[in-house]
Write a protein that binds this ligand. Structure first.
Ligand code: PHE
Length: 450
């Protein structure tokens, strides 16, 4: 069979934009504030930042290395680099994890579309917290509406993925990601200058360490991996589209920095406003969807800002769902040899089959509850707190111990062309620190030993 040329990213900035597009999404703007609010605020933020630096960057770099070296999808890469071993299982786990994440992620992505329509019709104007909360919960109880938006969102994702890497993913990410950053900065200024904002800033920046425990640690670990898109092969897949002369270490660093910046900014937008308007920091799902319209109501030009914000939120979600779907599609195309079009259709349909339950599980009195958790929460927990950490740990072990020093240096220095002064330190972290730290947090977080 003739080998078709693999798609690739066209430029350095394109790779960073696309990988940052994958990383920056609902995880930063929606999930991060929820987790922070539920886990006591500033102490969580500190732990989060430490984990980003010590574990997030090394895992991301490892994924890039695996992807670029093998030039293959999440499963194929392990098959190529470690033939006749059990390592490809890590890739399968990643594809499965992508499927699980996409199933519930698309639910919230769908909400962004509903909220775009609502802002178009000026539907938040003059409403107070109680009304917004009521409307948000009424919306969840309209199961069919959630499912419709979700399906539409998956359809859009499929459309871009079908068009391929350079023309689809890269083109959109390059323009829209910087726009999102700018609007968040404007919002952060507005929120931090609201009356009573100080308390929110204190919640975010004055840590209370008595709140730290195993559960907070694993939540932070899960949130870091989820937010950086690492641990499941999304960045192995994107790494396989990176060219041989690009600098993997600085790429990983830029992506991590942008992702973290957006998350912290989102915190500065949400919490001062939440405290100012009396939204509980533990409000969970409503934290973002109810607090933000309240800020817009207080702003000159609020109508326009609100609309732009929800459009950009939808786009941020889209660049992430694209990377999730791409993991499945690249696998189906390269390993199962299905045409890209049918691979996309199949992956979208399969995701929708599971996704419906995630959406419908948020209605009052829903039957879709397993072990006390809604299907939505269950899928979130399974992927973020179990599959991603385990996947991330195996990925660093693979690079540190299986690929080994020589290949690691070869890849990170582009065969000796780049000078990376701290490469020994990075390898040390990948080999020893990262796997151990992940294992300890994981075991403690699940309460297996104290
Ligand atoms: N990182 C994305 C976000 O924060 C979610 C994601 C997770 C995307 C894993 C790809 C892989 O929204």
């Amino acid at each position: 069979m003739a080998k078709t040329k693999r798609d690739a990213f066209g430029s350095k900035i394109g790779i960073i934009a696309a990988a940052a597009g994958s990383a920056v999404g609902l995880g930063n703007i929606y999930r991060f504030p929820c987790e922070l609010g539920n886990n006591g605020g500033a102490a969580f933020l500190l732990v989060y930042l430490a984990i980003v630096l010590v574990l997030g960057v090394p895992v991301m770099l490892s994924e890039f290395i695996i992807g670029r070296r093998s030039q293959a999808n999440a499963v194929g890469s392990f098959k190529k680099l470690a033939p006749k071993t059990f390592w490809p299982i890590v890739g399968f786990m990643g594809v499965f994890c992508g499927f699980v994440i996409l199933a519930f992620y698309s639910t919230v992505s769908g909400w962004t579309l509903e909220y775009i329509c609502k802002s178009l019709m000026n539907g938040f104007h003059g409403k107070d917290l109680a009304i917004l909360e009521q409307e948000f919960s009424d919306f969840h109880n309209m199961g069919w509406k959630n499912v419709m938006w979700q399906a539409f969102f998956i359809f859009m994702t499929g459309f871009v993925v079908f068009k391929g890497v350079q023309k689809g993913i890269e083109k959109y990410s390059k323009i829209l990601m910087p726009m999102l950053l700018v609007i968040l900065m404007v919002l952060a200024v507005r929120s931090a200058t609201l009356p009573g904002a100080k308390e929110g800033l204190a919640f975010l920046f004055h840590p209370d360490f008595s709140k730290l425990n195993g559960e907070v640690l694993i939540s932070a670990l899960g949130q870091v991996f989820f937010s950086l898109s690492v641990g499941m092969g999304a960045l192995i897949t994107y790494g396989s589209y990176i060219q041989k002369n690009d600098n993997l270490a600085t790429t990983a660093l830029s992506v991590t920095l942008s992702d973290t910046l957006v998350a912290v900014l989102a915190g500065i937008v949400i919490f001062p406003a939440a405290f100012s308007f009396g939204v509980q920091p533990e409000a969970g799902m409503g934290l973002v969807f109810n607090t933000l319209p309240l800020i817009f109501n207080q702003m000159t030009g609020g109508y326009v800002f609100c609309l732009i914000f929800f459009v950009l939120l939808a786009v941020a979600a889209l660049t992430s769902t694209i990377s999730l779907l791409e993991v499945m599609v690249a696998y189906l195309v390269e390993e199962i040899h299905i045409k890209r079009k049918w691979a996309t259709v199949f992956a979208c349909a399969a995701t929708m089959c599971l996704g419906v339950f995630a959406s419908l599980s948020l209605m009052d009195n829903t039957p879709f509850v397993i072990g006390g958790k809604t299907v939505f929460d269950g899928l979130d927990f399974l992927s973020s707190n179990i599959l991603l950490p385990v996947g991330g740990m195996l990925i660093v072990i693979f690079v540190g111990w299986y690929l080994g020093k020589k290949k690691f240096y070869e890849e990170i220095t582009n065969g000796g062309q780049l000078k990376i002064r701290i490469k020994t330190l990075i390898l040390f972290i990948i080999k020893f620190v990262a796997p151990l730290a992940i294992a300890i947090i994981f075991i403690r977080g699940l309460g297996l030993f104290n």
